[in-house]
Ligand binder design. Structure first.
Ligand SMILES: [Zn+2]
Ligand SMILES: [Zn+2]
Length: 290
């Protein structure tokens, strides 16, 4: 598998470019994706079923917590982000596919889209070509961006050539919705509607907002260890929700590093997991921040 070429566009002055685009009345937001808005809205409404006592059980809450760890911790943070997007380390192919399957079940779109848009974020951070440009405001970078077309979609294809032809990535890319439905059917069989409400709807919504906080909160609130040429910040509570992804300023400073939490109090559960895999001989060529 070819190594992706990702670089930070340090010569871009995001403030100047964004000010220019915001002041230009000709610059319109990209076309609205109504179907994504409806699906997002319906998922939020379905998650509210959790407030009905008939859909509550402690086992169902346990299933939701377990699946959050699996889909967000191992799937998105470790799999989609540090492994697939940045190639911060290597694992055997079957283990890589397991992590990609976990990430696919987080329901944050297909893996090829996630990886491509994330690489675009690093390439054009805080610039108009950044899919979740934080200069457009909190809600845009948090959620609204997914409800719009990505204008430079062709660039996503250019940035994901390393995974474009992989059969398992292609399978997860094509069938991510079907896989989620299959998980829902399995949960229904195991524990009825409480398992579906908590294990699918509540867990997906909590996972959505946990990951999306990295794009919004971690470009607005918190502290900075590094004077990077972007607005990235470190935020402890986002790290707790995402198993270490909230040390986002550290990540922007050394984006190839598998380790995000660098100071002793910066708990990074994903990094500890990668260290565990390394000690078992399962993770190799682990890249570390200097
Ligand atoms: Zn960022
Ligand atoms: Zn990244």
């Amino acid at each position: 598998m070819a190594q992706p070429k990702i670089q930070t566009k340090n010569d871009i002055n995001p403030t100047a470019i964004n000010l220019a685009s915001r002041l230009d009345p000709e610059v319109k937001p990209p076309p609205f994706r109504q179907e994504v808005m409806w699906v997002t809205l319906m998922l939020h409404i379905a998650a509210l079923l959790a407030f009905f006592p008939r859909y509550f059980s402690w086992q169902a809450v346990g299933v939701a917590v377990f699946l959050h760890c699996l889909t967000i911790g191992l799937g998105i943070s470790l799999g989609f982000h540090r492994l697939a997007s940045h190639r911060s380390f290597k694992v055997p192919r079957t283990l890589e596919y397991f992590f990609i399957l976990c990430g696919t079940l987080a329901a944050q779109g297909s893996v090829k889209g996630w990886v491509g848009y994330h690489r675009m974020h690093h390439l054009y951070t805080d610039h108009t070509k950044d899919p979740h440009d934080s200069q457009k405001g909190f809600w845009w970078s948090h959620l609204t961006w997914v409800m719009h077309e990505i204008p430079n979609e062709s660039e996503r294809l250019r940035l994901t050539k390393d995974i474009a032809d992989d059969p398992f990535y292609t399978f997860c890319h094509k069938y991510h919705t079907l896989l989620q439905v299959a998980l829902g059917v399995l949960l229904y069989g195991l524990g009825g509607m409480p398992f579906v409400v908590w294990g699918i709807f509540v867990r997906i919504i909590v996972g959505f907002h946990s990951t999306f906080c990295v794009n919004s909160v971690c470009h607005m609130l918190g502290y900075r260890n590094y004077d990077t040429k972007d607005t990235s910040t470190n935020c402890w509570w986002v790290s707790l929700l995402t198993f270490g992804e909230g040390w986002h300023n550290n990540h922007h400073a050394s984006q190839f590093s598998a380790r995000f939490g660098l100071r002793w109090w910066e708990l990074d559960v994903v990094w500890l997991t990668i260290r565990g895999l390394e000690s078992l001989g399962l993770a190799t060529q682990v890249k570390r921040a200097k």
